[in-house]
Every structure is written in structure tokens, then in C-alpha cells.
Write a protein that binds this ligand. Structure first.
Ligand code: AP5
Length: 216
């Protein structure tokens, strides 16, 4: 099975959902740049002040800033048995940075998994997303609602909407994705690393397709 992976796809394609399921099943680290950046924002660190403006506007944090942050973060993980990168690389510059980083530590990249979903599905998934500000659990009011209205099943905390899930910001994130991140599909295709998974379907259906594609 391919286990050294980066995940690609529109905002809301299910990268976090599928990445975490795979991580639990296979026992390899799931590393999300978005989660790590949001955790810095919560802690109000100095570096977070530099990210905040970009994230709240739905723009990418500039490559130099984010690569410095990612490098520090990646050093905390043992990537030899595998990894699932969610949310990075996001630009060709970041893809080259990741390649260099992995080469230096002598770890391969097996596949870039593209979760393919039509735009209209994305809008409903994102507008329905609710997250627990305490334990980080992710729900969806349409597809995966909590047992009690807007309350986390795990820790009982009231759920919130991500700041950047508001309609105007989502529109911007989709625009930014198409301009800056979508070219990575071609980039990895040219390297023979692209694995495309139809991510339109239930969470379990998509997971079955993902596992199948990684075992091919
Ligand atoms: P990030 O957190 O990476 O956001 P994103 O890529 O826009 O992805 P999302 O988290 O919105 O979606 P997802 O694909 O993980 O979907 P999920 O599984 O949650 O980035 C946020 C910001 O941080 C960026 O805008 C940027 O500012 C900054 N940033 C991060 N990394 C950066 C980088 N490398 N460089 C520069 N800036 C960076 O699912 C979405 C919803 O749908 C959930 O409610 C879920 O329950 C539901 N769902 C999932 N799958 C299904 C399904 N099959 N059926 C029904 N519902 C489903």
C-alpha cells in the first residue's frame, strides 16, 4: 500500500476527513497545515499575527512564512513509515520545498492523492461544517450531524463555524485554489505520482475508493 502521501483537492473536498480515517487505520501520522496554523492563531503566538490576516481573507499564507513554519513542524514527526500531508503543498514552490525536505531525510513520496469533487457539492459541505473549538471534532449539519443540536458528541462543547467558512471567504478560497493549487495536479501527473479518487459520495464510499486506489 502507498503510505507516503500528500492530499490535494478543493476546500471541503474531504482531505481532513479521509486523511484522519486513513491515519487511524494504517497508523501513520496525519499532518495538517490548516489545523497547525489555526492552533497557532488560538494561542495568539507572535507568528500567528503574521498569518491571521491572510487566513481570515481566504488567501494563502506566503510561501516563505509557511515553509519556515512547516519545516519546524515536520521535524517533530518520524516520517519513515509513512505520512499524510493535508493542506500542503499548496503551490509549486511548496511542492519543491517538500521534495527537497524529503530528499534530505531520505524518505520517498509515493503518491499525490487528488480528491475530486464538483464545486456544487463543496459549497454544501463547507456551509454545513461545524467544528468543536475544544477537541477539534468535525461535524456536518447535513451529512454528519451531532446527536444533540450543535453540541459536540465527544466533549459537550457548543460547536462553531470556522471563521473562513463564511460564504464570501469560501468564494475567495475556491478562487485561490483554482489559481495557485490546482496546477499541482498537472505537476504530480508529470512526475507519475498522481492518484485521482472520486470523492463524491458518502464518507465510507470515498474511503473505500481511496483504500482501493492506494493498494493498486
Ligand atoms: P485548510 O485548513 O487546509 O483548508 P482547505 O484546504 O480549504 O480544506 P478544508 O479544511 O476546508 O477542507 P477538507 O478538504 O479538509 O474537508 P473536510 O474533510 O474538513 O486551510 C485553511 C487556510 O489556512 C487557507 O485558506 C490558508 O489561508 C491557510 N493555509 C493552510 N495551509 C497552507 C499552506 N500550505 N500554504 C499557505 N496557506 C495555508 O470536509 C469538509 C466538510 O464536509 C466537513 O463538515 C465534513 O464532515 C464534510 N464531509 C467530508 N467528506 C464528506 C462526504 N464524503 N460526504 C459528506 N460530507 C463530507
Amino acid at each position: 500500500m502507498k503510505t507516503h502521501l500528500v492530499l490535494l483537492g478543493l476546500p471541503g473536498a474531504g482531505k481532513g476527513t479521509q486523511g484522519q480515517m486513513l491515519s487511524k487505520k494504517v497508523g501513520i501520522p496525519f499532518i495538517s497545515s490548516g489545523d497547525a496554523l489555526r492552533s497557532e492563531l488560538k494561542k495568539r503566538t507572535d507568528i500567528a499575527k503574521e498569518f491571521e490576516e491572510y487566513m481570515n481573507a481566504g488567501l494563502l499564507v506566503p510561501d516563505d512564512l509557511v515553509e519556515e513554519f512547516l519545516e519546524k513542524m515536520l521535524k517533530r514527526y518520524d516520517l519513515r513509515k509513512g505520512f499524510i500531508f493535508d493542506g500542503f503543498p499548496r503551490t509549486t514552490h511548496q511542492a519543491e520545498f517538500i521534495e527537497r525536505y524529503l530528499r534530505e531525510i531520505n524518505v520517498p513520496l509515493d503518491a499525490a492523492v487528488y480528491l475530486s469533487v464538483p464545486d456544487e457539492v463543496i459549497i454544501k459541505r463547507i456551509s454545513g461544517r461545524r467544528v468543536c473549538p475544544k477537541c477539534g471534532a468535525v461535524y456536518n449539519i447535513y451529512y454528519n450531524p451531532p446527536k444533540h443540536d450543535e453540541i459536540c458528541d465527544i466533549c459537550g462543547t457548543p460547536l462553531v463555524q470556522r471563521e473562513d467558512d463564511m460564504p464570501d471567504v469560501v468564494k475567495k478560497r475556491i478562487e485561490v485554489y483554482k489559481k495557485q493549487t490546482k496546477p499541482l495536479i498537472e505537476y504530480y501527473k508529470n512526475k507519475g505520482l498522481l492518484v485521482t479518487v472520486n470523492a463524491n459520495g458518502s464518507v465510507q464510499e470515498v474511503f473505500n475508493r481511496l483504500e482501493g486506489a492506494l493498494n493498486d
